[in-house]
Structures are given as structure tokens and as C-alpha cells.
Design a protein around this ligand. Structure first.
Ligand code: CU
Length: 251
């Protein structure tokens, strides 16, 4: 009996050691969200900041390099299968430019965000380099063009209808109030810089009266309109609460 017991004991010890060895295979580095904090309540869209240690963040275009790669955010509780490229869709966001900051836009409710580091071919490291936070989106701020439809052919002048959800439209004269502001339409120009009032010119139209309908008069051709929501000081919300629309003005 004794030798058998001994060999069982030895086998058990060997198994324990093997398990320990498997467990001690450490990830090549670590990643974490520096913003938002775990359990944070946020309004959407919101900024996420991602950091890495022990591994280097580089663009996917740099190729597959040991100890290097880029961030991914998995929205939800389920990580993608191991050993395969991370899918690219609304739940699997790639920061292949080597970004360490991004804007997320999620509906109200609780969301789990996994940060997952992967090589230039988007295959996660093994063991996984990952971390997660839970966030609670209390409100999703949205603006939209209700009229005309995207890609519509219109004759000038034409009417636009501007919608808002999760924010309240009020005149600029009401001052600066959290979650409130007025619409702006940017015509054929990029989004104005953050942290500065939106300029006022032919390409930057303010609806500081709190209007949700306006008439635009644009020359024939294709135009890009961007709706930007800003506070009473004409400072855009950050991250932008914005929508864009392409219209074709026909003669
Ligand atoms: Cu304004």
C-alpha cells in the first residue's frame, strides 16, 4: 500500500507543479484604461484613454513585432476566440493607428469594456494582455438631420430639420448649461477645433435662437453638412455631438 500511496502523492505533486508552471506563464505586458474609471457613470459619447506597460503601442501597419501591437476595445462580456484575428465590428473596435485615446458612443445602460492588446495581424497575445472596466452610460447625446435624407437631391433654397436626443435645445441667450445648447451647421468644412468657440461665417452657421429648422441656400453640386451641438458660448461639446449629411443641390 505504501509505495502506491507514495506514487499517488508524487503524481499529485507533479500535477500541482505542472499547473503552477502553466499559471506562471506571464503575459508579456499589461494594458489598462486610465479613463473612464471602473464603475464610472458617463454621458455618451465619452473619451477612453488606454495605456500599456511592458509592451509598445505601434500602428498595425508596422507589421508583427514581438512585444508590440495595438489596442482593441471589446464592448460586452465576451472576449473573442484565442489565436484568431479580432473581428472588426461595432463590438470589436480596433485602434490600428496606434491610438491611446478614442471616443466611444454607447446607448444608456451598463457596459463592460475589455481592452485587448494584439499584434499587427490583430491576433491577441497568448497569454492575453487584457483588462476591463464597467461603465454606466446615463445618457446618450445625439443630434441628427431629420430632413432632408442623406444623399437627397434638393433644389436651393431647401429646408433642414435638426433633431436632438439626450440634450436640450435652448437659445444661446440662456447661457451655458450642462446638457443644453444650440445647433450649428458646418457647410463643406471640417469640424471646428475643440476648446474654441465655433466661428461664425458662411461655412459655420449658428442657430443661437434655438431653432430646429432652417433654410439653406447653396450653389448646385454636392455638399457635406455637419451638425454640431454647442453650449451657450458656442463651444462644441467634447467629444463632439455631431451628425453629417451629404446633399446634392440640383438646378
Ligand atoms: Cu453658436
Amino acid at each position: 500500500m505504501r509505495p502506491l500511496r507514495m506514487s499517488i502523492a508524487i503524481a499529485a505533486a507533479a500535477m500541482a507543479l505542472a499547473t503552477l508552471a502553466a499559471c506562471t506563464e506571464e503575459p508579456a505586458g499589461a494594458v489598462s484604461f486610465t479613463q473612464p474609471a471602473d464603475g464610472a457613470q458617463v454621458t455618451s459619447p465619452f473619451v477612453v484613454r488606454m495605456t500599456a506597460s511592458g509592451v509598445t503601442v505601434e500602428p498595425a501597419s508596422a507589421g508583427i513585432n514581438e512585444g508590440r501591437g495595438h489596442h482593441h476595445i471589446i464592448v460586452g462580456d465576451t472576449l473573442p476566440p484565442k489565436g484568431q484575428p479580432i473581428p472588426s465590428n461595432a463590438q470589436h473596435l480596433h485602434y490600428g493607428g496606434g491610438q491611446t485615446e478614442a471616443n466611444l458612443d454607447l446607448p444608456p445602460g451598463e457596459h463592460t469594456l475589455h481592452l485587448l492588446f494584439a499584434t499587427g495581424d490583430h491576433i491577441p497575445y497568448d497569454p492575453l494582455i487584457t483588462s476591463k472596466v464597467k461603465v454606466v452610460v446615463t445618457e446618450q447625446r445625439k443630434v441628427s438631420f431629420l430632413e432632408p435624407e442623406g444623399g437627397a437631391q434638393v433644389t436651393s433654397p431647401f429646408t433642414i430639420q435638426m433633431g436632438a436626443e439626450g440634450v436640450i435645445v435652448e437659445p444661446a441667450s440662456a447661457g451655458v448649461n450642462e446638457g443644453r445648447g444650440h445647433h450649428h451647421v458646418i457647410v463643406d468644412a471640417g469640424l471646428p477645433p475643440v476648446g474654441q468657440p465655433i466661428p461664425s461665417d458662411a461655412q459655420h452657421l449658428h442657430f443661437g435662437g434655438g431653432q430646429t429648422e432652417a433654410t439653406l441656400d447653396l450653389p448646385p453640386g454636392e455638399h457635406t453638412l455637419q451638425l454640431v451641438f454647442a453650449d451657450g458660448n458656442h463651444m462644441p461639446y467634447s467629444p463632439y455631438v455631431t451628425a453629417s449629411l451629404r446633399v446634392v443641390v440640383v438646378e
